[in-house]
Design a protein. Structure first.
Length: 419
């Protein structure tokens, strides 16, 4: 077994490989990786079955869903590689240029970060997504997945490394940390000079650990206490459809709705309809009912679980929805900016004044109007796939694609100028 230090050393030596790989080469290699991922599907599914079996009874059914791969999901991973391959190569792009009065030309040019470390949890599709985005943007990837998905991640990385070798590329441009203990994660956080950018992709605990311990540059991603505000000027049929999708289409992901804020003037009419859809109808169809955690006003209208204060500060990642009745759009905005994680929020309204208030004053990376928060995703935003959802305000915010994995340098050309 290679140590984390040995893997980081190999990754840094592989950085220079990218100076020899053209955009066309990167595109063709990613196409071949996509094809070979499907060819290696049986090996990947076998490894995933072992991971799922080992985790059954340990994690909730919703978390097992995050871990599980299917034919369809592997097809999606392959398509993600293809979509990234088709994107324009950002490396070498001239961002801006300035002609100095003394004749010098000063250009701001996009370059790779270098070695990008990604610490992520149980979603094995992150493995191929992270590789694709790093490779396209000229970065070496050092992947540290969760131990519950290690067999699956290893099978995916083995497929990719095999393809790289077939194409004459140093396979160490993608690396999987073999030590799945917390010690390896901490070592990556402290790897100054070995990791140029560290991205945690997972729950609040992981992200907090990286923010508190990292001495390398890092981007905070992932935690999604996503809100939907139902305005008094809303189309009720659209509202029911949007809220159902935002909560139930895949509750284990960070762009799922966790909190519903309902305008008090429509609460008595709307909440019984919502309960019928999310609880009664789902039970009748043999689906997971949504547990409604209700503030005092909502609990006076429909049955549910009394909400605690913590319920409005929790990313459930489950079939649970906290519901609070608010006075108006201003009250909703105040609640979201106080309790949210700056991920994704939505207003359902046909009132332009309230929409403009919401979109201008909500301090989150993604703000929706009459649409589900579930669209916060690199593929949906035209990025091919994503490295994660940045909730910071640095150079990367929202879904992170290939440009968010680059930095820049200035190239100054003269003909003998001195100062």
């Amino acid at each position: 077994m290679k140590t984390t230090a040995e893997i980081l050393e190999l990754a840094n030596k592989a950085k220079m490989q990218f100076s020899k790989i053209s955009n066309d080469d990167k595109k063709n290699i990613l196409f071949r990786c996509a094809i070979n991922l499907l060819k290696d599907k049986n090996e990947i599914l076998c490894a995933n079955s072992c991971d799922v079996n080992a985790s059954t009874g340990v994690f909730s059914s919703v978390m097992i869903d995050r871990l599980r791969l299917t034919d369809e999901r592997i097809q999606g991973m392959s398509e993600g590689l293809v979509e990234v391959a088709k994107l324009d190569d950002p490396i070498g792009e001239t961002i801006s240029t300035y002609n100095h009065s003394n004749g010098m030309n000063i250009s701001k040019v996009r370059v790779p970060m270098g070695v990008v470390g990604i610490i992520y949890e149980s979603r094995p599709n992150v493995t191929s997504d992270a590789f694709a985005l790093c490779f396209k943007s000229g970065n070496v990837a050092v992947l540290r997945g969760g131990k519950e998905a290690y067999r699956t991640s290893l099978a995916i990385v083995n497929s990719i490394r095999k393809t790289l070798e077939e194409c004459g590329v140093n396979p160490n441009v993608v690396n999987l940390i073999e030590d799945t203990s917390r010690a390896s994660a901490l070592e990556m956080m402290k790897a100054r000079g070995k990791i140029d950018l560290l991205i945690p992709r997972g729950g609040a605990g992981l992200i907090s650990s990286v923010v508190e311990n990292a001495t390398v540059p890092c981007i905070e991603t992932g935690t999604g206490i996503c809100h939907v505000y139902l305005d008094e000027h809303a189309n009720m049929m659209n509202a029911l459809k949007i809220i159902e999708n935002a909560k139930t289409s895949r509750p284990s992901v960070c762009n799922a709705e966790e909190v519903l804020l309902v305008n008090e003037s429509i609460a008595h009419d709307f909440l019984p309809k919502l309960k019928g859809l999310l609880v009664d109808t789902r039970i009748n169809h043999g689906l997971n009912a949504v547990e409604l955690r209700l503030d005092q006003k909502a609990a006076s209208i429909i049955d549910g679980t009394p909400a605690t204060t913590n319920d409005f500060d929790t990313e459930f990642l489950d079939y649970i929805l906290a519901i609070k009745i608010v006075k108006d759009v201003d009250d909703a905005i105040e609640h979201i900016n106080k309790h949210g994680t700056h991920h994704s929020e939505s207003i359902i309204s046909d009132n332009q004044e309230n929409i403009e208030k919401f979109t201008s004053r909500i301090d989150s990376a993604c703000v929706y109007v009459n649409a589900s928060t579930r669209f916060t995703d690199g593929g949906e935003f035209g990025l091919g796939c994503e490295m994660g959802i940045s909730t910071q305000k640095m150079h990367a915010r929202g879904p992170m694609g290939i440009k968010e994995l680059t930095t820049y340098k200035y190239i100054i050309k003269g003909d003998g100028q001195i100062r």
